[in-house]
Ligand binder design. Structure first.
Ligand code: ATP
Length: 338
């Protein structure tokens, strides 16, 4: 029994929206991130695994047992959701203990030690006696996460659990989640639309588009080998274009827009600088010539270039940096060089 969770051919309808044909496996110590744009069905998928929606078709198998029809409380999962519903009449301490108490773990020494650790790492010590309505959004998220972790579930479901945190606390809790996942061999499914968070945490990423899985891959493969134009765009690829490939003499070439520009031998062509914009640590240059191109230059290299709008540049692309999917091609940003 290798898989902690198997989702097989799952179809779930919610109003006019539908999740369709969802298939994936989660191994025992996978950290699975569900990624995708707003409204694509991430929460619906997570809530279906949790048992809050009845599938129209398909099965959810956990540790070899079919849980498709089990109510949420019988699935032995831990949850921390985006809007952190905490029990309003209980203190923070009581809220954290709630799930453990329901599982009769509240006097268990190991659980109490773990609780102390969680409280300290999450910076909750000074909040323990407060009622939830005196907490900030970020504090509520941390309490909700501590409560979920304390139940020591086999599988933890997280829906945007860090969205209300400032960048520093967010990184701290991300690292904590990573450490807990590693130490406790805890299976985690984590919903986010933040690609950086997905890359940092995930061992596997499911990318969803309009209720269907677009790609399931490791973060590295998803990033370097996006399978579709949608995946390439979502992952921030700067140059995406349609193409025709030809291999007249055994040498691959790529015809983009109006002209044939990429060959497996070195390539170079003139482009005009249409606009230059500064963006934190890098400069983005929009160019035209044989199509439209975005060139990204680190700020540190920019000063030596002395470039202005209307200038002409020679553009070349390293063929190895081109990613071609079955229907279209994606020029990876690091491959565009001046
Ligand atoms: N109970 C419901 N009844 C009707 N429509 C629903 C229901 N639950 C979700 N939907 C619809 O299903 C679609 C997917 O919703 P979902 O919350 O899963 O998106 P999401 O990917 O998590 O988005 P976000 O990143 O904005 O949280 C949305 O169009 C939503 O309005």
């Amino acid at each position: 029994m290798n898989n902690l969770l198997t989702v097989r051919n799952l179809h779930v309808k919610a109003g006019n929206f539908a999740l369709q044909n969802i298939n994936f496996n989660l191994k025992h110590n996978d950290y699975m991130v569900i990624l995708g744009p707003t409204g694509c069905g991430k929460t619906l998928l997570l809530e279906s695994i949790a048992g809050h929606h009845t599938p129209n078709k398909g099965a959810i198998i956990m540790q070899g047992k079919d849980i498709t029809k089990l109510p949420p409380e019988k699935r032995q999962l831990g949850f921390a959701y985006q809007d952190n519903p905490l029990y309003p009449f209980l203190s923070v301490r009581e809220n954290i203990l709630f799930g453990a108490r329901a599982r009769k773990l509240e006097s268990d020494k190991q659980t109490l030690r773990y609780m102390e650790q969680l409280i300290e790492t999450m910076g909750l010590t000074h909040l323990l006696e407060r009622p939830p309505h005196f907490l900030s959004g970020g504090e509520r998220q941390r309490v909700s996460l501590a409560r979920a972790l304390l139940t020591r579930p086999a599988l933890l479901l997280l829906d945007e659990p860090l969205s209300a945190l400032d960048p520093q606390t967010r990184l701290l809790i991300q690292n904590l989640l990573k450490e807990i996942h590693h130490k406790e061999k805890l299976g985690i499914i984590h919903v986010t639309h933040d690609f950086t968070e997905a890359m940092h945490l995930g061992t596997q990423i499911i990318l969803i588009k309009n209720g269907q899985i677009e790609q399931v891959d490791t973060p590295r493969d998803l990033f370097f080998r996006p399978a579709t134009p949608f995946a390439a765009q979502f992952l921030g690829r700067k140059n995406i274009t349609s193409h025709k490939t030809r291999q007249p003499t055994g040498q691959a070439s790529l015809k983009c827009h109006d002209g044939q520009i990429i060959r497996s031998s070195p390539n170079c062509w003139p482009v005009f600088v249409d606009s230059i914009s500064f963006n934190g640590s890098y400069v983005e240059i929009l160019c035209s010539g044989n199509g439209y191109w975005k060139v990204i230059i680190p700020l540190t290299k920019w000063q030596d270039l002395n470039l202005a709008r209307g200038d002409t540049l020679q553009l070349s692309i390293n063929p190895e940096d081109i990613n071609i999917s079955s229907s279209e091609s994606h020029m990876e940003q690091p491959g565009v060089s001046l």
